[in-house]
Design a protein around this ligand. Sequence first.
Ligand code: ADP
Ligand code: MG
Length: 575
Amino acid sequence: TEHIEHLEFQAETHQLLELMIHSVYSNKDTFLRELVSNASDALDKLRLETFRDKDLHADTSDLHIELEVDRDARVLTVRDNGIGMSRAEVVDLIGTLAKSGTAALRKQLLEAKAGDQQAEELIGQFGIGFYSTFMVADKVTLVTRKAGETTGTRWESEAGSPTYTIEELAEAPQGTSVSLHLKPSDDEDHLFDYTQEWKLREIVKKYSDFIAWPIRMDVERTVMEGEGEDKTEKTLVETQTLNSQKALWTRPRSEVSDEEYKEFYKHVSHAWDDPLEIIPMKAEGTFEYQALLFIPSHAPFDLFTREHKRGVQLYVRRVFIMDNCEELMPEYLRFVKGVVDAQDLSLNVSREILQQDRQIQMIRKRLVKKVLSTVKDLRGAEDKTKYWEFWKEFGRVLKEGLLSDPDNRETILAVSAFASTHSDSEQTSLAEYVERMPESQSAIYYMTGESRQQIENSPHIEAFQAKGIEVLVLTDPVDEMWVGSVTEFEGKPIVSIAKGEVDLESEDEKKESEALREQQEKDFAEVLTWLQQTLDADVKEVRLTNRLTTSPACIVGDVFDFTPMLERMYRASGQ
Ligand code: ADP
Ligand code: MG
């Protein structure tokens, strides 16, 4: 009809769709997990919305997800009666790539060729969600009506087309249905035939068993009727619920398989990778709660952008309350995903209340301790592979806690790793550094800078290298922030080699050099005076030093001055 509008996908979105269509992504079954996951989110949102807004006209009497198969037409429909989407939301959420990504990732995406390794990795990183339907469908039709609204929206796109159509519907059932016009099944064994009842049953069981809402399907059953000669076969249709609906976090760890945990992780985190660590928690007593936390194996690409949301969901007695509950996880642990289910909160709880709530504060404290102790265990393990994976992905974020979480500073310091002059390739813990310190060395030395090369070439480091004293090489921007407030580790001061007087000599050496120094002071008195006068406007003091070996001079800051890099950062930001 004339009301059908043709709209274009964003360039990246179209490219992503192309990749999906030609994807050899190893596991096409995952499209159903994504649709069910979206449907489940939509039902959660509706329940919450009706709770908050008593005037919302919505039917919540039988919230569920439904699979429907038309075997002859080869159409599979996934339907929910959840919150639905307005027309604008369909265009926004479905028509464009919601997670717009960084410039670098966009570029990668536009360059990727369907079917190659890079494409697969991108798919995994993006966590394609809705678009994964194009792995199995030639055409996808979405019909939706937002709860409380009267008109609906129909969205449709064919695989490979740069456009989609959108149409207003005078009538539509509340919620969303997604119909997949399945590609012809080319495998003879029907292993990937998504019109097969057993196949759908298998996928739901495998990926979505824990979904709290019933996932229903009409199933045909053949029964015999009558007696003896009159016996006839009859086909009955019966609606079955395919999932057990058991919240995973309420089940003891011994009863849940790793596979189940992994699928749950993908659902709550909207991610496609596997978790690096699974952390089930249970607390009884005054503050009763259960939690199931995950440390992902890969950092999302937006971990350092403002949009990044903290990934812990809050439930109250099995009822979903909110995503990204910031009150439960500090910013520096924003990569942690999972759920916390609290017993004694009101279902009515708002963010404002949460901020004041003592129980939430207690829970948060324990979650933080538990996450940090998990990292500590990885660090202390015989096989440190997981620790290094963790550190590579999240070390820079965790170090933010050195500044923002003084209560846990010791633990964070203990699980942190730093580059140092001791090794070009391997990072060291502070404990290992201290172990290597010679008797005469009393401090832990570091230098911050933009790169290892810059630090190694700096004159500040010469005397340390000449004497074989190890220096931590700190090149992450976040290092600049915490070194100012973390002044010691296990009683050893942490000292910048770019600031103040650094005393590198033993007692014997001191006596020897004192005589030499006096002589030098006399010899160079005139030069020093001249330098001092000439540079008067720019420097506080000109003095002889024993810290240089090959460079003739270097500039040092006072103990309380900014480091050179921080000074540059401030200048760059116009302060
Ligand atoms: P994600 O779930 O990670 O946000 P998706 O691509 O799976 O990414 O979905 C994009 C968005 O589209 C969702 O965030 C949601 O807002 C909306 N959406 C998708 N499916 C549904 C649905 N069944 N009901 C309501 N909204 C939906
Ligand atoms: Mg999704």
